[in-house]
Design a protein around this ligand. Structure first.
Ligand code: PMV
Length: 372
């Protein structure tokens, strides 16, 4: 696959107006993407669990303009007009225009909401950008739709739909390309996963042990404020980073190691690998120039408590981190009663206002029918 394959031939249908809605989940990386080349091409492969409850729901209403002019759109979050969201979407539209040539021919109303609190420190860019990419793909599908397709062609076109949605989402926000499908998604070309690509996320195609079915992710909201250093800045600091080369190679090695772990259900090996990934991500931040720290004292308190509890009980509780202070506590479903009790009794005290979100592995985005 190359970028060229996502440039559509001429649109066969005329559609005057319409409305589409998608809900798309967030995801949490087990092997982290940190460092990118031009156009959100990752420096290393990553793999994530798609989440189930943390989602963005986006409705795009569209109507054909008299003349093709510049991009025309308005954005609403929870019903409130958000002009400060427009520059990011304008940049996204510019980047994807060549792949979605209808963008300048329509006027759009983009209405969006998140199932998680806006200022929770949970990035909405993965779920938000994937939901928007899917809405745009549904519009394109109406412009292209061909009723003469056979069942096989239709299933191939479903695959193309997801791939192109992931490809577009990536151009909005790198990790968003892992939010289209579930439950385990790989992004970034590598030798371990057949069909992997730098351009879009693919479903992890190999055997996954039942231990990882319904895996739980309780997100402890340690700090709900804006990050001091954005991920765009953080990614860029991997250029000329003294440890970058080794880190990128390590991600490939970790993916190779993860494959037999996922197959055999070896939870201890899984924990060692994903915790090392989380701390390596933050080590890269701390060894950038300029250096920065996104963890907070309570992040470390929680990590230490998790380690002590694991040692004492032998339960398979572990953590991962994204580019922030919040802690994702990961554990198998069949250990959830004791682990949730521990989280409530011992860890919630370290969360801002005691806030946390219970989530688990999910299976990807869904199109919704919303009455006009
Ligand atoms: O998609 P971005 O540019 O916000 O980068 C996200 C990077 C991490 O969340 C830190 C890791 C990952 O793979 O999701």
């Amino acid at each position: 696959m190359t970028e060229q394959q996502f440039i559509p031939k001429t649109y066969s249908n005329t559609v005057e107006s319409g409305k589409v809605t998608w809900e798309s989940p967030s995801n949490i990386a087990l092997i982290k993407y940190w460092g990118k080349k031009k156009d959100q091409i990752p420096e290393n492969p990553s793999i994530s669990f798609t989440l189930n409850h943390c989602k963005t729901i986006t409705t795009v209403t569209f109507s054909k303009k008299e003349n093709i002019s510049d991009f025309e759109f308005d954005v609403f979050l929870d019903g409130e007009k958000k002009d400060d969201f427009k520059p990011k979407i304008e940049t996204f539209f510019k980047r994807v225009e060549v792949y979605l040539p209808f963008l300048k021919a329509y006027k759009f109303k983009i209405e969006t909401k998140n199932t998680f609190p806006h200022s929770s420190g949970i990035a909405s860019s993965a779920s938000g950008m994937s939901a928007l990419a899917l809405c745009l793909m549904s519009i394109e599908k109406q412009l292209l739709s061909d009723v003469t397709l056979s069942a096989v062609e239709r299933s191939l076109s479903d695959n193309y739909f997801n791939q192109k949605a992931s490809f577009l989402a990536r151009l909005g926000s790198g990790s968003a390309c892992r939010s289209i499908e579930g439950d385990l998604i790989v992004w970034g070309e590598n030798e371990v996963v057949d069909g992997s690509s730098d351009l879009f996320g693919v479903k992890y195609p190999y055997k996954v042990h039942d231990n990882f079915k319904d895996y739980q992710d309780t997100i402890l909201l340690v700090d709900k404020g804006e990050k001091q250093v954005s991920s765009t800045v953080g990614h860029n600091l991997m250029h000329n980073h003294p440890y970058a080369k080794n880190r990128f190679q390590q991600a490939h090695n970790h993916l190779e190691k993860l494959k037999p772990i996922l197959e055999s259900g070896d939870l201890d090996a899984f924990i060692a690998l994903i915790e090392s990934e989380a701390l390596t991500l933050h080590a890269m931040m701390m060894t950038s120039m300029p250096y920065f720290i996104l963890m907070k004292p309570n992040t470390l308190e929680i990590i230490n408590k998790i380690w002590m509890f694991r040692q004492k009980t032998g339960l398979h509780i572990s953590f991962t981190l994204d580019a922030g202070a919040n802690v994702h506590v990961l554990y198998p479903k069949n250990e959830s009663v004791k682990i949730l009790e521990f989280i409530k009794n011992e860890l919630v005290a370290y969360c801002q206002n005691g806030h946390y979100i219970c989530d688990q592995i999910g299976f990807g985005a869904k199109q919704l029918t919303i009455d006009n």
